[in-house]
Design a protein around this ligand. Structure first.
Ligand code: DX5
Ligand code: ZN
Length: 218
């Protein structure tokens, strides 16, 4: 179904309280939970390993959407699948064998996602479409929350939507999503909107209604 789903990124949550943060955003209307994995190599920041993902998994009732910003990636796929990921997304730019990577993700029993950096075109996707459940269009350069939305990516989403046709592939947008930019992406053909700072700002596990208002505004 093409209804718009909101996937809060826990990169902007309270790292000391992930269980409560996740329960709060799900109670406030989050459709998926987005987990940003960074390796300090593919991107200049470090975040969550498989044990952390395994620890938060029991708190997630919806979809655990794991975004791997790591290179190399293949040797870690089984560990994130075992940790309970429903969707695993790898970057086209992360290595020379993306076809093998996507095969490995599905082989591990997960939905396979492919992320594209803002500077990457869509030409290389033609021969991958049959192996994809999701394409993640980065609307910031990956590595940090709270960056500014890159408008040139709207055109990319429109072209991808046409390329996908009626295949059951999600288009996910990641970075700089706000109540102002979200409608642009939905109109261009996206159906999963990741949002970190825009969901968590002004709220807390003690004030989760703010999360609900933020989600509703997107
Ligand atoms: C960026 C991450 C995003 C990030 C989005 O590298 O992939 O998921 O958390 O954060 P905002 O919504 O604040 O741009
Ligand atoms: Zn992400």
């Amino acid at each position: 179904d093409r209804s718009i789903k909101i996937a809060p990124s826990i990169l902007s949550a309270d790292f000391a309280d992930f269980g409560r943060e996740i329960r709060a955003i799900e109670a406030q209307g989050a459709d998926w939970v987005h987990v940003d994995v960074m390796d300090g190599h593919f991107v200049p920041n470090l975040t969550f390993g498989p044990p952390l993902c395994k620890a938060i998994r029991p708190h997630i009732k919806t979809v655990m959407d794991v975004h791997l910003m790591i290179s190399p990636v293949d040797q870690y796929i089984d560990a994130y699948a075992d940790a309970g990921a429903d969707v695993i997304t790898a970057h086209l730019e992360a290595g020379p064998h993306i076809h093998r990577t996507l095969q490995a993700i599905r082989g591990a029993g997960c939905k396979a996602g492919l992320a594209l950096n803002p500077g990457t075109g869509i030409e290389q996707i033609d021969y991958l479409l049959d192996q994809l459940d999701l394409i993640c269009v980065m609307t910031v350069n990956p590595g940090f929350g709270g960056q500014k939305f890159i408008h040139s990516q709207i055109d990319k989403v429109r072209k991808l939507r046409a390329m996908i046709g009626d295949r059951p592939i999600h288009i996910e947008i990641d970075g700089g999503i706000t109540p102002e930019t979200a409608p642009l992406m939905a109109e261009a053909g996206a159906d999963v909107l990741v949002a970190g700072s825009a969901v968590f700002k002004g709220g807390s596990v003690e004030q989760p209604e703010a999360y609900g208002a933020n989600i509703a505004a997107i």
